[in-house]
Structure formats: C-alpha cells, structure tokens
Design a protein around this ligand. Structure first.
Ligand code: UTP
Length: 409
C-alpha cells in the first residue's frame, strides 16, 4: 500500500495522527511505519467502539466435577504407569508461555528472569526448569520444551537461557518461538505509538500459542519426535509440576481431548475461572460471569458444584489442536499500562492503565474441545503464581509457599 492509500485509510478510521512525524523519518523508517499500518486489523478497533469483546453471550452452563485428589491417590500407580510410558516414548511435549509483559509485577525484563531468591539467586525460569527436571530424571528421558516469547522479550529471554546454560536442561530439547503482536489503543480508541516510527504493539495474548508454534515450523520437530500431546503452562507459577506422570497418565487414560489442572476454590466467591460445561462442551466460566445462585450451588453432600478453579496448566492432544487451528477465537479487550509517545513526541511510561490491548486467551481453547478432564491438585503444593510484587499472588506469597514446600530460597 502506498503513502496516499495509507493516508486515506487512516482518515477513514480517524487515525491520521499516526503520520504526524512522518516527514521527520528516514526512508527506511517511513517504509517500516507504512508496513505496520497496512498490517492493522481494523476489526479489533471496532470492538473498542462497540465496547465489547467478541465473546458471545454464554450458552447453558452446568457444573463439571473433577478427578479429585482422593481418587488420584487411589489410582496413582495406574496413572503413573501410563504417564511414564508416554513420557519415555517422548509423546508429551511442554510449552512454556512466556510472551506476556507481566505489567502488574512492574519488572522491566522478561518475568522469568525475576529473582525470587532471598539468600541465593533463584530465577523464575530456574524454578520451572528444575520442576520439569524432576520428571526428566524420573523417566530418564528429556521432555521436548517449546518456549513462547514475543517480539518484546525474545532477545532477552534467549540470551538469558544461554548465559544460564539452560539451568542444566539439554538445550537440544529447548526451542523458542515468537507469538504475534497486536496494536494498542487509548480509551478513545486512538492507536498508540511507542516511537515516531513505531506503533505500540503488544503480545496478542496467550491464546494464539499453537498457531504461533505451527507458524514457526516447530511442529515439524514435534512430528519427528513423535509428540502426540502438549502441556501448556504459565511462566509465573513457580510451584507447578510440569508433565508429572500421574497427570499425564490420567489425561491419556480418560480418553478426553484435553485436561486441565484445577484447585479446589478457597471460598465460593474466589476470583478464579471455573471449569464447567457450556452447551455440553467443556468451558471456563469467569467468576464475574457467575450468578449468585451458581456460586453457592451445592450437591447433596454439601460440596460446591462450581468448585474447581483453573491454574493455567492444560494438556492437549495435538490432533485436536490441529483440528481447531483455523477456528476464530474470541478477542478480549484488556485494560493495561501501555507506554506511548505524547503530543510532544516524548515517551511516557504510565503508572496506571491508560488504554486497551487485544488478547486471545488459552482458556478459550478449552471450549473448542469436545471433552476435558479437570484434574485436582493441592493448591498449597502446586499453585504459587507471581502476578504482583506484594499482596495476593505476589513475590511475597510465592516465597512463603516455596519455603513451605522445602525449596531453599
Ligand atoms: P497473564 O495473564 O498474567 O498476563 O499471563 P501478563 O501479560 O504476563 O501479565 P500482566 O497482566 O501484564 O501483569 C499468563 C501467562 O500467559 C503468558 C504470560 O507470560 C504468562 O505465562 N502470556 C500472556 C503470553 O505468553 N502471551 C501474552 O500475550 C500474554
């Protein structure tokens, strides 16, 4: 698209400010800016004007129980045998979602580079690799590990893993891939710029991980290795067990398309997404989408029926991921702190949210599957997310939980 066409398009969308500094740019910068503008998905911006995301209204919701800890303990041997076999055959890979910006933590490097140690250095990435190594040692086989980064943190992340010698992991089994970026807007729907020649682009959410993995060509590596399942997990839960044989075995044994680790809710109104059925298919209902009745619904034994919150650790059958790869996912509009250049052309790093980003979320993939096994884990042993620096789900709370679990920090 040439300059004239871009001008006309911007005018039509009320976004002509993007070319305010055009005349000051070098030829190369001009070209790059025009390309970024030509790439804008205008449908996203319409969502801001209509003040809604593309999420449809919810279908018929019903509770979905879980494979509970008691039952898992009774059948542990059976599940582990299946899991160990699959892991030994390298049928189960792992995908670390590390493309987010972790704005709530306020750490200006990739979140995984954060040091949670107190008396020694202990990086978040290090915790996760050590947790995965427990499985590697147990089954005496490497787990293929794919790490999703974004344009914003790819260099830092890959350099860090090199510097740290992959924390002892076999680097031949570690592959990085980048996720896609999406534009950001202010509260009036005006596109933000982070430099005179650059739009404020941010990672487009964790929901596009499989299509990004595919685009990177790494699915070929997977095929070569015979990977049939992928577990996908967040960077910030330093206690999570990754590909533990009982989980892997239980999901395979269930015959479901996918599984998800869940924890029992701490209180009926806890702010977590809950695994349930929506129009007979698995789905995750957010706490704010639940009615009071649903929140307090109990069975005859007095147990809450919507009782199991997700912790962003899912396991998917690769064939089922292939089957949904071209399906549209809902786009969520999320308020965030977005660095931008102001009227005077100076870069501003806002202290509080100043606009919207557009994200697809991995939890929406669950509803595209036909069946899902919710697999209960003990919260105090497997859930220590680091979202904030203090308070709930913070560095403070995660440190406490690490110590309680015998991790030297
Ligand atoms: P969060 O929902 O915590 O988002 O991500 P975030 O962007 O990292 O953090 P805040 O909200 O700005 O503080 C949950 C997981 O999904 C990954 C994150 O890295 C984390 O592991 N993620 C999130 C991506 O990989 N890409 C994204 O675009 C967003």
């Amino acid at each position: 698209m040439d300059y004239q066409a871009i001008c006309a398009m911007l005018e039509e969308h009320g976004q002509s400010h993007l070319l305010k500094y055009y005349d000051e740019l070098t030829e190369e910068q001009k070209q790059s800016l025009l390309e970024q503008i030509a790439d804008i998905d205008w449908k996203l911006l319409d969502l801001v004007h209509s003040h809604k995301s593309t999420e449809e209204s919810r279908g018929h919701l019903e509770p979905l129980g879980a494979l509970e800890v008691d039952e898992i303990e009774k059948r542990r041997e059976e599940f582990e045998a299946i899991g160990i076999q699959a892991l030994k055959e390298q049928k189960v890979g792992a995908v670390l979602l590390a493309g987010g910006q972790g704005t709530r933590l306020g750490f200006d490097k990739p979140k995984g580079m954060f040091n949670v140690g107190v008396t020694r250095t202990l990086y978040i990435f290090e915790c996760l690799i050590h947790n995965l190594m427990d499985v590697v040692k147990r089954v005496d086989t490497w787990v293929p590990l794919y790490i999703m980064t974004s344009e914003k943190n790819h260099e830092d992340t890959t350099r860090f893993f090199e510097e740290q010698n992959y924390f002892g992991y076999n680097k031949e089994y570690v592959h990085f891939f980048k996720q896609r970026m999406a534009p950001s807007v202010d509260y009036n729907g005006k596109l933000l710029m982070e430099a005179k020649d650059r739009l404020s682009l941010s990672p487009n959410g964790n929901g596009g991980w499989y299509s990004s993995l595919r685009r990177s060509g790494l699915t070929e590596d997977m095929k070569k290795k015979g990977v049939e399942w992928l577990t996908v997990f967040a960077v910030d839960n330093v206690l999570q067990r990754i590909n533990d044989p009982a989980y892997v075995g239980a999901v395979i044994q269930s015959g479901c398309d996918c599984g998800g680790k869940v924890v029992r809710k701490a209180a009926p109104d806890e702010r977590v997404g809950v695994l349930c059925l929506e129009d007979k298919k698995p789905s995750i209902v957010e706490y704010y989408e639940m009615t009071d009745d649903m929140i307090h619904l109990r069975d005859e034994k007095g147990n809450l029926l919507y009782n199991f919150g997700v912790i962003l650790n899912y396991m998917f059958k690769v064939d089922c991921l292939e089957a949904i790869v071209n399906k549209d996912m809902p786009v969520h509009i999320v308020e965030k702190k977005i660095p931008y250049i102001n009227e005077a052309g100076e870069l501003v790093k806002p202290e509080k949210p100043n606009g919207y980003k557009f994200e697809e979320l991995v939890l929406d993939m669950i509803h595209l599957m036909d069946s899902c096994l919710p697999y209960e884990v003990v919260r105090e042993k497997e859930f220590a997310p680091i979202k904030n620096s203090t308070g709930v789900d913070s560095v403070e709370s995660a440190r406490k939980l690490l110590i309680e679990n015998g991790v030297e920090i």
